[in-house]
Design a protein around this ligand. Structure first.
Ligand code: FAD
Length: 117
């Protein structure tokens, strides 16, 4: 556990970034314009060039090269982001996330109501 007001470490930075990336992907348009698509791709490219964990960024650049962002629609982008995260999970020895649950986890909330407040 970290105290408020202290610099973030790699894990805290990772959680914050995944919060942004998954939320961005599940609110991505269902019918994106060409501009939407190009911005989503650029965002990921620039993240790979600026993410402030050097070895993470290096691997991200490799992953983006071997499996470029799929940005044709929301479902596709959300699934792609989930798979990207699973590559990192695999590398760090974490459990794979079941990507069929990505909308519940990041957009709709779990069906059991555990996210309602
Ligand atoms: P996180 O992995 O941060 O996940 C947060 C929450 O997201 C989970 O609790 C779960 O509810 C949900 N989740 C988990 N997997 C998925 C998925 N596949 N799809 C959707 N939701 C999911 N750390 C390293 O040690 N080495 C690295 O090389 C590295 N590279 C990274 C690259 C990027 C681009 C990012 C954003 C982070 C990277 N990290 C890396 C950090 C790492 O991914 C974790 O964020 C960090 O280890 C904290 O892990 P955590 O267990 O708290 O959960």
């Amino acid at each position: 556990a970290k105290l408020h007001g202290c610099p973030v470490d790699k894990d805290e930075l990772g959680r914050s970034t995944w919060n942004l990336l998954h939320t961005m992907s599940v609110y991505y348009p269902e019918k994106p314009t060409e501009d939407d698509k190009s911005r989503a791709k650029s965002f990921m490219t620039i993240l790979g060039q600026t993410y402030p964990c050097d070895f993470c960024a290096k691997d991200l650049r490799k992953d983006l090269k071997s499996d470029p962002p799929k940005v044709e629609n929301r479902q596709e982008f959300a699934l792609w982001m989930c798979q990207l995260h699973n590559k990192v999970n695999e590398k760090t020895g974490k459990k794979a996330f079941n990507c069929k649950n990505v909308m519940e986890r990041w957009r709709d909330g779990w069906k059991d109501g555990s996210c309602d407040y």
